[in-house]
Design a protein around this ligand. Structure first.
Ligand SMILES: [Zn+2]
Length: 92
């Protein structure tokens, strides 16, 4: 079953929601990428270790987001970033 777009609520065309990858969906009406939060235990996908070099200040920024509870973890931060970059690419 397809989830409902979190932005336009499928008001234009509910069937325009398409699965991008595990846990992420895109609405072709408003080009919103969102996480499917309805299904109890979604398959997130395959884990892959990535080594990322960032300035200390950037890591501190991410750590502050995690500490404040706005982001659950490093993985969650980069998953969200990935989802928004998909949105950006589709807007071009
Ligand atoms: Zn939408």
């Amino acid at each position: 079953m397809k989830p409902t777009c979190t932005k336009c609520k499928g008001s234009e065309s509910p069937s325009s929601v398409e699965r991008l990858n595990a846990g992420y969906w895109i609405c072709h009406e408003c080009l919103t990428v969102f996480k499917n939060s309805k299904i109890g235990r979604p398959t997130i996908g395959k884990p892959r270790q990535v080594k990322i070099t960032l300035p200390d200040s950037d890591w501190q920024h991410i750590e502050a987001l995690i500490a404040s509870g706005r982001v659950a973890s490093y993985a969650e931060y980069f998953r969200d970033l990935h989802a928004s970059s998909l949105t950006k690419l589709l807007e071009v």
